[in-house]
Design a protein around this ligand. Structure first.
Ligand SMILES: [Zn+2]
Length: 344
């Protein structure tokens, strides 16, 4: 009855658990009513997007150029560059510079800690790659060096894949440093969630205006009062049409009690997506037995809609109603506006 693409899009429509009556709407106006003007702008934007895509894929870059072009923050690019040049201060790296130290890897205790060992061979880090969305099984793979590994991935995989890979490597490096220097637990889930949230933040920041990113960079996360939990959620749209949701729930001391990420095929306005991220977060929290949070979102439009200030876009009405429903079920105290980054 429907071709595969249409069927997938239909299946990706959010079905409300409250079962409100069905309604037909046009997604590209706030009222949900069709206008020729909105159809013109929509088709023009689509054509522009296609143009940009074709231009970038026709450019042939060397691996270094490709690496510097990744949409990740400069300090992660610098880290990749050092990892490729074997100049990270791993145990082997420090010994090469003349330091008299024990060079055994502190994570596994089984081999000398070189860049290659730490990222591609260590028993403590191999599961991270496999459990990530990249599903990388590095056992029995002989890349020989981090540089060769990264170059191969730049050649074989999408930009988005390599960005995720870069952020995972970066979070492994940070967690390794915390373990070696402060004996902070080397936590696989935290590394993966950290990388996923960084990716979402970066894609969002690269799209928002410069003034917005400056404002975001200035805002810090503040803890909730004792006895109340705080939930932060976020959304990223990917080039393949999928949407990623992520959330963290923290207590008054900033400790992460629950975090989650999910990626799925989904169509809709960004306000609706932000709402779906909150619903995903509240449902996960309820399943884990957590109640009573403050909810923070960086979507002003969504917060206003939930609080009944200003009109709700027709296309987000169902989702906004569901957020209210689940927030009530979880006994959520307050829904705040938040414009900062979720991570340090
Ligand atoms: Zn090791």
């Amino acid at each position: 009855m429907f071709d595969r693409r249409d069927a997938e899009r239909i299946m990706s429509i959010h079905i409300s658990s409250r079962l409100p009556p069905d309604k037909r709407i046009w997604l590209h106006t706030k009222s949900g009513l069709f206008t020729v003007r909105s159809a013109y702008y929509w088709s023009k934007n689509k054509a522009d997007e296609q143009c940009t895509k074709n231009a970038s894929s026709s450019c042939k870059n060397t691996a270094w150029k490709q690496m510097w072009k990744l949409r990740i923050i400069p300090k992660v690019k610098h880290f990749l560059w050092r990892a490729c040049n074997e100049s990270l201060p791993t145990k082997n790296g420090l010994a090469r510079r003349g330091l008299q130290i024990d060079t055994v890897c502190e994570l596994c205790g089984e081999a000398n800690e070189s860049t290659t060992h730490l990222f591609l061979e260590c028993q403590a880090t191999l599961p991270i790659w496999y459990l990530s969305t990249l599903r990388l099984d590095l056992r029995n793979q002989a890349y020989g060096s981090f540089k060769n590994f990264l170059w191969t991935m730049l050649h074989k995989q999408s930009v988005e894949y390599v960005e995720m890979l870069s952020l995972i490597a970066w979070r492994i490096w940070l967690a390794r440093n915390k373990w070696c220097m402060e004996k902070k637990k080397f936590d696989i889930i935290r590394i993966l969630d950290g990388a996923q949230l960084m990716l979402m933040e970066m894609h969002k920041t690269s799209k928002s205006s410069k003034s917005e990113s400056r404002a975001a960079a200035r805002t810090r996360w503040t803890p909730p009062p004792i006895g109340i939990l705080k939930m932060n959620s976020d959304v990223a749209k990917f080039n393949d049409g999928t949407v990623g949701y992520g959330f963290v729930i923290r207590d008054h001391s900033g400790d992460v009690l629950l975090a989650g990420t999910r990626r799925e095929q989904r169509d809709g306005s960004s306000t609706a997506m932000e709402g779906l991220a909150i619903i995903f977060a509240i449902r996960s929290a309820l399943e884990a037995g957590f109640m009573e949070f403050q909810i923070e979102s960086d979507s002003k439009c969504l917060i206003d809609s939930i609080q009944g200030k200003g009109g709700t876009e027709c296309s987000s009405e169902v989702v906004v109603g569901d957020v209210r429903h689940f927030a009530k079920a979880a006994n959520c105290k307050e829904i705040f506006m938040f414009i900062g980054r979720l991570i340090d």
